[in-house]
Ligand binder design. Structure first.
Ligand code: ZN
Ligand code: MN
Length: 269
């Protein structure tokens, strides 16, 4: 899938392009596989992120964090999947916004299964899937499971990790940013965390004066179908974003990357 140009721009500026599999020749890839690197696959979505953020936000953030982790762990990075599973009201505002362009679960599952199988066929043995979109989680897991079931018959050894990058953000950092009022990861859609990280990485893509004043999403404890947008603020932003700053974004990215690097180093040791 085609990556947003800005993902590439960020990687070039920061000097991570040399880890990008899509930017290297097959001969380079073949040679680097001999070192048994961790091969990273960032996954996002094309989903409304309020009037102030670009719709590729989840993939842009997952790819940027992945690039930094891959650099620290001497890994390689596959092109990000820039589409994801259907947006849900309580974590992304739902499917009713123009532009939220989503995959069926089976499509995402198949994409992930196919990519793992191909990496295995070329001799890759360690994969880390870095998810940036809440709704993707179990379809990524299903893709991993189907790939491993298939590969079991060929005796190929694979170690795969699936993670959501936000789970590495230290609680102490969140406490400091939200002063004890953290609304939770689901409601943080297009809100303080994502807006701050986008300000740190791509300020030119953030429309500060378009950040809405409107209220936090108000939801019951259930999902209801067919989808409706009751409880979703009109802007699509599920929690306050006004306090976002680039400095907060840098703190979030640095602390999350550091935590993720040590966790994956232990896992793949
Ligand atoms: Zn998002
Ligand atoms: Mn999302």
């Amino acid at each position: 899938m085609i990556e947003a140009g800005c993902v590439q721009a960020d990687d070039r500026q920061a000097g991570y392009a040399h880890r990008r599999i899509d930017l290297m020749s097959w001969t380079t890839y073949r040679d680097r596989l001999l070192d048994d690197p961790i091969i990273f696959l960032p996954v996002g979505a094309l989903e409304q992120h309020g009037p102030h953020l670009p719709m590729g936000c989840d993939a842009i953030l997952a790819a940027a964090i992945t690039a930094r982790v891959a650099e620290a762990l001497d890994g390689l990075q596959l092109p990000a999947l820039t589409y994801g599973y259907k947006s849900q009201a309580r974590s992304g505002g739902g499917q009713t916004f123009p532009g939220t362009t989503s995959l069926d679960g089976a499509t995402l599952t198949s994409l992930v299964r196919d990519i793992i199988r191909e990496v295995a066929r070329h001799g890759g043995r360690r994969i880390a899937i870095v998810n940036g979109h809440v709704e993707n989680q179990w379809f990524l897991t299903e893709g991993i499971d189907l790939a491993l079931r298939e590969l079991a018959s060929s005796n190929r050894q694979m170690q795969i990790v699936r993670c959501e990058y936000w789970n590495y953000t230290p609680q102490a950092i969140l406490k400091g940013i939200f002063a004890g009022a953290f609304p939770g990861v689901d409601l943080e859609h297009a809100a303080l965390l994502e807006t701050s990280m986008m300000l740190a990485l791509h300020p030119e893509l953030v429309a500060m004066d378009a950040i809405p004043e409107d209220a936090t999403g108000q939801f019951p404890a259930h999902d209801s179908y067919p989808h409706h947008s009751r409880g979703v603020p009109e802007s699509g932003v599920l929690a306050p974003a006004r306090a976002a700053t680039a400095a907060v974004g840098i703190t979030l990215i640095d602390s999350t990357v550091a935590e993720m690097v040590s966790a994956l180093a232990r896992e793949f040791a």
